[in-house]
Design a protein around this ligand. Structure first.
Ligand SMILES: Cc1ncc(COP(=O)(O)O)c(C=O)c1O
Ligand SMILES: N[C@@H](CCSC[C@H](N)C(=O)O)C(=O)O
Length: 386
């Protein structure tokens, strides 16, 4: 019997395992809602796509390899992944969450607090001692993101998770790894219980599908998550599963180029005297911490100009950078989080959490870096920022 070889992630993302009767090079697309049973007494592996579909199984098994997880579930969006996870909670449960989570995550937590009597407390998760002091035997779930979107704050996920499990072994630590993707970070290996991502971003990489993924190692949790997905019907469609497999094959290559461009752009912006937030810069307050938990700084950065008007001019003045929400796409994007991706957080909360209204977020793509810097330089000059 041959022993399965261990390959690097760059190799694993390219090789998609699947069984096909004709040995097709690309996994087949089972675009079907139903499956015929062999007989009344023999249902077969699949009956109905909400419960399971071979194309979804292919992407889930492929992701399990890439996310270094025992079980992975593919659902209709990142928010759907978060919704599925939050259904593990019961009324009255206590939850700790970061104070700079993605706007949509914040919106769902506010809804759960109002409608399901879940008690949610938000803290600055860069303050490890503060978060640790708030974890008690009643803490049922902890939501973390690192680097956070859009303030790019890094979290000592290993230490917070270790402490949470020591205080309450039942506490479920949930980590949103959308910013890093499994190419740069493997949160389950850092101890978290649930790793989820918006696959709309890096995993797919082309902004042509919405998807979310949930990865776990604990089989009891996996069974509960499958039950929720089958019951609510949020499993990823066959066609989107097929497109996700296709996008995943270039994940390592895309992230490598995006990150290489982002590092150059971050240094260039900093050299112009701007306050840049990026964990690849030595000036980042958690530069060393980030290096200890991830294999690279990623390709999302943000910077301030000191004036909302100037920031608006810069965003509108770019040609190559699309004025678009989201990130992880092969194209470079520019946005004003307070007016776009994080507008669902009310102005008062944004101010309490020190989210600058003039903050510009850049999501770097795979274009020629000199062209990107040229586009930014032109826009910054016209806006009077440099
Ligand atoms: C960090 C992060 N998590 C989750 C989500 C939600 O993902 P989706 O848009 O796929 O629902 C987003 C963006 O939307 C995000 O930026
Ligand atoms: N209108 C949308 C905004 C989506 S933001 C997408 C992405 N996470 C980002 O950070 O850019 C909404 O209300 O959810």
């Amino acid at each position: 019997m041959s022993i399965p070889k261990k390959y690097s992630l760059e190799t694993d993302v390219v090789f998609v395992g699947h069984d096909d009767q004709f040995n097709s090079s690309v996994p087949p697309l089972y675009q079907t809602a139903t499956f015929k049973q062999e007989s009344l007494s023999n249902m077969g592996e699949y009956d109905y796509t909400r419960s399971g579909n071979p194309t979804r199984t292919t992407v889930q098994q492929h992701l399990a390899k890439v996310m270094r997880a025992k079980s992975v579930f593919a659902v209709t969006s990142g928010m759907s992944a978060m919704d599925t996870i939050s259904r593990l909670l019961s009324p009255g449960d206590e939850v700790i969450a970061g104070d700079d989570l993605y706007g949509g995550t914040h919106r769902l937590l506010v809804y759960l607090q109002k409608m399901s009597q879940i008690k949610v407390s938000h803290y600055d998760t860069t303050d490890t001692d503060l978060v640790k002091s708030k974890i008690s035997s009643k803490t049922k779930m902890i939501f973390l993101e690192s680097p956070t979107n859009p303030l790019i704050k890094c979290v000592d996920v290993r230490e917070i998770t270790r402490h949470a499990h020591e205080v309450n072994p039942e506490c479920i630590v949930v980590f949103d790894n959308t910013m890093m993707s499994p190419i740069l970070m493997n949160p389950l290996e850092l101890g978290v219980d649930i790793h989820y991502e918006s696959a709309t971003k890096y995993l797919n990489g082309h902004h042509d599908i919405m998807a979310g993924v949930i990865a776990v190692n604990n089989q009891d949790l996996a069974a509960k998550i499958y039950f929720i997905i089958n019951s609510t019907g949020c499993g990823l469609s066959p066609f989107d599963s097929w497109l996700l497999v296709r996008g995943l094959k270039t994940l390592a290559l895309r992230v490598e180029r995006q990150q290489e461009n982002a590092i150059k752009i971050a240094h260039w912006l900093e050299s112009k005297g701007l306050k840049v937030r990026y964990p690849g810069l030595k000036s980042h307050p958690q530069y060393e911490l980030h290096k200890s938990i991830a294999r690279g700084p990623g390709a999302v950065l943000s910077f301030e100009t000191g004036s909302v008007e100037t920031s608006e001019k810069i965003v509108d003045g770019c040609d190559l950078f699309g004025v678009t929400v989201s990130f992880g796409c092969v194209n470079s994007l520019i946005s004003l989080p307070c007016k776009m991706s994080h507008a669902s957080i009310d102005e008062k909360t944004r101010s309490e959490r020190a989210l600058p209204e003039d903050l510009i977020r850049l999501c770097i793509g795979i274009e020629n870096c000199d062209d990107l810097i040229g586009d930014l330089e032109h826009s910054l000059r016209v806006a009077g920022a440099i």
